[in-house]
Ligand binder design. Structure first.
Ligand code: NDP
Length: 471
């Protein structure tokens, strides 16, 4: 079935009319799966205007009421999990098990922010008798959200839940390759009783929709997830307009493994590079291994990667451009002199109809090589070796990115010491579990601001100080 995707503005589907549309082909067999309206400035104007009109009343509602509506979004998302999972799997190519997990995370965002918004307080400030000073956290108004194709539902839910809980209204532009679940989520918001105009979706391409959206004078905050190149452009617009931007960009994150680490757990964790076929900003795509255990760990990881058979335990690339990009990096790695240990090709046979690549491991990767420095966004591990703790830290930090890092050691003092020296927004020691509650975002080129956790709620509000004379 080819899905017809139109904008969702002010509580209504806005049909395409004579406007042009784009055909999206699926990752499994490259057959058409959706026709997406190609929106433009006029749709952005309509959506932002609807969001602006709805902002005051929504922001004035007691947090308790907004929170209850968001909790209901979470409940219905879980109730309709199968439908959401099926649609997003068809568009992104994710494994069903991965997407089932993603659906729960999306629901958790609504549940979490629907709850914690009731703990969002200001402070009183003691200026002495005669003046009463206090702070309050107020919504910005209209928030523009731009999301990429790799995790459309969770990424939309992450920003939307926090923004809406804080009392903002939202205009969201999903990637044109994966717009369906964002549109479904917007409808679901309407179904639970969130008023028209509070959530709007404009579909279409980046420059035609994302550009005008970030430029719109009524947009007071921009939340962008995607590549560094586009993130920079969005940041330039935000700087010119003097509006804040939350930027969640890419990564080239390192797992630093010391000789005393529990290798069974390291192997299991290293294989998370295959989650979403490596199309995740948080992927730990560099494996830095201390000399003493290098050969053993490399062999064990390579063996597991070979067992990740595409189509069975490994998802395809979501877009054709991403498929081409990963194949290009296979050539780049060879030209740069990395040693191929597993994979390194597109999947052959019947799977060649889809956008499958093999789970891939390169060894002897040095900082001069492009696969050490550049985000591939595929199931590709770059393995490097180091001798001392100092060298391990240096290699981990030798990157323009700083999103996530892993540290593996049986020495907990060393674990904490190394974590404190790594330039990344999130450091995971010995496979520690992160959650909705843990703030997430980048150091260096990986971004600005934080999503997730209570911190995110603060980002979606502005602080007002009020002083009343009691004299
Ligand atoms: P982009 O950064 O181009 O896309 C992300 C979002 O930004 C999409 O919705 C896109 O729309 C939109 N966009 C594009 N141009 C503009 C613009 N001028 N103004 C506002 N919004 C715009 O990422 P790509 O999809 O091109 O992916 C390229 C690479 O980026 C990947 O290979 C990966 O390395 C990295 N990436 C990182 C992600 C992360 O989570 N950190 C997510 C996605 C990609 P449209 O899709 O319509 O062009």
């Amino acid at each position: 079935m080819v899905r017809e995707l139109d904008h969702w503005i002010d509580g209504k589907s806005v049909p395409r009319g004579t406007q042009s549309a784009m055909t999206v082909t699926g990752p499994f067999d490259r057959r058409p799966i959706a026709r997406v309206s190609l929106g433009g400035r006029e749709h952005v104007d309509l959506a932002v205007e609807a969001a602006r009109r709805a902002a005051r009343a929504w922001g004035d509602r007691p947090p308790l009421e907004r929170g209850r509506l968001l909790a209901e979004v979470a409940r219905r998302l879980r109730e309709r999990a199968d439908e959401f999972v099926e649609v997003e799997v068809a568009e992104t190519g994710k494994l069903v098990t991965e997407m089932r997990g993603g659906l729960q995370v999306a629901a958790d965002y609504f549940e979490y922010y629907g709850g914690v918004v009731r703990a969002l307080f200001g402070e009183t400030i003691n200026l002495g008798a005669g003046d009463h000073a206090f702070t309050s956290r107020e919504p910005y108004g209209v928030v523009a959200m731009i999301t990429p194709w790799n995790g459309p539902l969770t990424q939309a839910a992450r920003g939307m839940a926090a923004a809406l809980a804080a009392g903002n209204t939202v205009v969201i532009k999903p990637s044109e390759f994966t717009s369906s679940t964002t549109l479904m989520l917007a409808r679901l918001c309407e179904e639970v009783g969130i008023p028209p105009g509070v959530v709007n979706v404009v579909v279409g391409e980046g420059p035609e929709v994302g550009g005008p959206l970030t430029e719109h004078p009524a947009v007071r905050l921009i939340a962008f997830t995607g590549s560094v190149v586009t993130g920079r452009r969005v940041a330039e617009t935000a700087a010119r307009r003097l509006v804040p931007a939350i930027l969640e960009l890419g990564g080239k994150s390192a797992n630093v493994v010391f000789a005393d680490a529990d290798l069974d757990r390291v192997v299991e964790h290293a294989l998370t590079i295959c989650t979403g076929a490596g199309q995740q900003c948080a992927a730990l795509s560099r494996l830095l291994v201390q000399n003493e255990i290098h050969d053993e760990l490399l062999e064990r990881v390579a063996q597991e990667m070979r067992a990740r058979i595409p189509g069975d335990r490994l998802a395809p690339m979501t877009t054709e451009a991403q498929f081409d990009k990963v194949l290009e990096y296979f050539d780049v790695a060879t030209q740069d002199g990395a040693r191929l240990v597993a994979g390194g090709r597109a999947a052959a046979g019947a799977l060649a109809a889809g956008r499958y690549v093999e789970a891939t491991v390169y060894a002897e990767v040095t900082p001069q090589m492009r696969i050490f420095r550049e985000e591939i966004f595929g199931p590709v591990l770059a393995v490097s070796r180091f001798a001392t703790e100092e060298e391990g830290i240096e290699l981990a930090n030798d990157s323009e990115y700083g999103l996530v890092a892993g540290v593996w050691t049986a020495d907990s003092a060393r674990g904490l010491r190394v974590a404190s020296r790594i330039d990344a927004g999130q450091v995971i020691v010995n496979g520690g579990r992160t959650g909705i509650e843990t703030p997430f975002g980048g150091y260096k080129a990986s971004g600005l601001g934080r999503e997730k956790g209570f911190e995110s709620l603060l980002h979606y509000t502005q602080l007002k100080t009020t002083v009343v004379s009691t004299r």
